[in-house]
Design a protein around this ligand. Structure first.
Ligand SMILES: [Zn+2]
Length: 238
């Protein structure tokens, strides 16, 4: 049983390392996904900015044309002979002035919108820069740790193999079976006559057997994990 405890300790350490590695990979993946999302937003903002810029040029051209028309028409005012012609020309001038004013108002709205877009683009670009740095840092850390993880796992598996050689294959098979069914914890201590795997009280006769230290595998009647009683020596060994 002591040997099995050692094996379980190694197994748990190995899965802790694997878990840590997986968490790193997930964090990197999450940040990479958010970078992709931000890049798409930047692209959408840029294309909207471009559309606005085209609109702005059109509006400016319209303003310029209206302005020219006003100047032209006002020059013609002196050549007018009849009140009727005068009325018609004034009408033209008024409508050109109005078009010019509308264009200028639109230009203001476009400029405000372009300002907003520019601010958001700046924000996104700064954000993406930060994310890129973060991901680069994580990747570097990950690569660095990976080497030591691999080394640690290899070392643990080596000592696991050595220990394994000293156990009966049947016992180990039983351990492996329970381990695969119980999420990695095949052996659990008994405290206050309660299995620490399922927290259900174990029958007194099972507990007595355990206390006696019989050299056979005793499993929990409820969750079927291998039971052991933690004693001073075991605690020190861990
Ligand atoms: Zn149990």
């Amino acid at each position: 049983l002591k040997v099995l405890e050692q094996i379980q300790k190694i197994d748990l350490e190995v899965s802790a390392i694997e878990q840590e590695q997986k968490e790193y990979e997930e964090r990197i993946e999450t940040i990479t996904a958010s970078i992709t999302g931000m890049e798409e937003e930047i692209e959408a903002l840029s294309s909207e900015t471009e559309t606005l810029e085209n609109l702005r040029r059109d509006v400016e051209e319209r303003i310029r044309q209206s302005s020219e028309k006003v100047t032209r028409d006002e020059r013609r005012l002196g050549e007018i002979k009849t009140p009727r012609e005068m009325k018609a020309l004034n009408k033209e001038i008024n409508s050109a002035n109005k078009a010019k004013k509308l264009g200028e108002e639109e230009l203001e709205r476009l400029a405000a919108r372009a300002g907003e877009l520019g601010d958001r683009l700046d924000q996104k670009r700064t954000g993406i820069e930060g994310k890129n740095e973060e991901v680069a840092g994580l990747l570097a850390e990950f690569e660095q740790k990976k080497a030591s993880w691999n080394q640690a796992v290899a070392g643990k598996l080596r000592s696991r193999d050595e220990i394994k050689a000293t156990i009966e294959p049947g016992v180990l098979r039983k351990y492996e079976l329970i381990r695969s069914r119980r999420g990695g914890m095949a052996m659990v201590p008994v405290e206050n006559e309660t299995c620490q795997g399922c927290y259900i009280h174990i029958p007194p006769q099972v507990y007595i057997q355990l206390k006696k230290g019989v050299d056979e595998i005793i499993t929990c009647p409820h969750c079927h994990r291998i039971l052991y009683v933690e004693d001073q020596a075991a605690t020190e060994a861990v």
